[in-house]
Design a protein around this ligand. Structure first.
Ligand code: SAM
Length: 261
């Protein structure tokens, strides 16, 4: 196998390299042996090496030229691996639709957490995803209704997946150490067919959480009346953080029908 490139970390690309062996093992072992997987941001390859030893096929998406070129060199010798050299936000849709992975893994660049998770949660993979975040973001993703940190992402990830926090890691598990703790989220496909389209749910959640402190009736003023809330069985005086996934879906279906979608 070719040598790793120089491991100087680029702050702008959110590079904090994982060096905790037990965490690396747990992340890689969340992906079943023989699976067809994508890894986002392999960097110098802490997780990549372990994944390569398990999976049937692995595609890595990396923006940093040093790492992308290194992994391309490995891929030239190993047919299990393929490389997409570019920005995951631009490349993910086409990579997922052409490779049809069962699993996605990654120690995600922290600056992309929100938009990248909203994108990831919309892919109905047959297996799941194992993703590392700053702890605070992981807490938001795994939060249940009623929690102060429950928000749009907590709703969206439940569309296709069951959510679980797998482990929490201190800054010292990385080089260079980030300022905050990190946590790994495991999303496992629940296999239920959602009652509405993901894009419509996403739009509904965006509108419904626009003002966290307002009631949903206020957030949907002009779109869903108090009477219409009663008809779909949702208390319009509730705040968005009190609304569970099933109720978000009811609102999404109502809005879609109203718009003739
Ligand atoms: N997987 C390695 C590990 O765990 O040690 C590196 C993780 S590091 C937190 C994030 C990785 O994502 C880096 O390799 C970085 O270059 C890459 N990255 C950052 N922004 C990216 C983007 N927009 N598209 C693709 N890769 C990106």
């Amino acid at each position: 196998m070719s040598k790793h490139p120089e491991q100087h970390a680029k702050k702008a690309l959110g590079q904090h390299f994982l060096r905790d062996h037990s965490a690396i093992r747990r992340i890689a072992h969340a992906v079943p042996e023989g699976a067809n997987a994508i890894e986002i941001g392999p960097g110098p390859g802490a997780i990549t090496e372990s994944l390569l030893a398990r999976v049937g096929k692995l595609c890595v998406i990396e923006m940093d030229d040093r790492f992308a070129e290194h992994w391309q060199g490995v891929a030239d010798e190993n047919p299990v691996l393929s490389v997409v050299h570019g920005d995951v936000m631009q490349e993910l849709d086409t990579t997922v639709s052409s490779l049809k992975p069962e699993w996605i893994a990654g120690n995600l660049p922290y600056n992309l957490s929100g938009p990248l998770t909203a994108k990831l949660a919309g892919f109905p993979l047959s297996g799941g995803m194992v993703l590392m975040y700053q702890r605070e973001v992981a807490e938001r993703i795994a939060a249940d209704p009623g929690s102060k940190v429950y928000g749009g992402l907590s709703v969206l990830v439940r569309h296709f997946y069951d959510v679980k926090r797998l482990l929490t890691l201190p800054p010292g598990a990385f080089s260079p150490p980030p300022k905050v703790h990190s946590a790994v989220i495991l999303l496992t496909a629940h296999g239920r067919i959602p009652a509405c389209d993901y894009k419509i749910l996403q739009k509904t959640v965006r509108q419904g959480f626009a003002h966290r402190r307002k009631t949903i009736s206020n957030n949907f003023r002009g779109s869903i009346s108090a009477e219409q809330f009663e008809v779909i069985g949702i208390d319009p005086r509730k705040r968005p953080e009190q609304i569970d996934y099933d109720s978000w879906v009811k609102m999404a279906i109502f809005l879609a029908e109203k718009q003739g979608q």
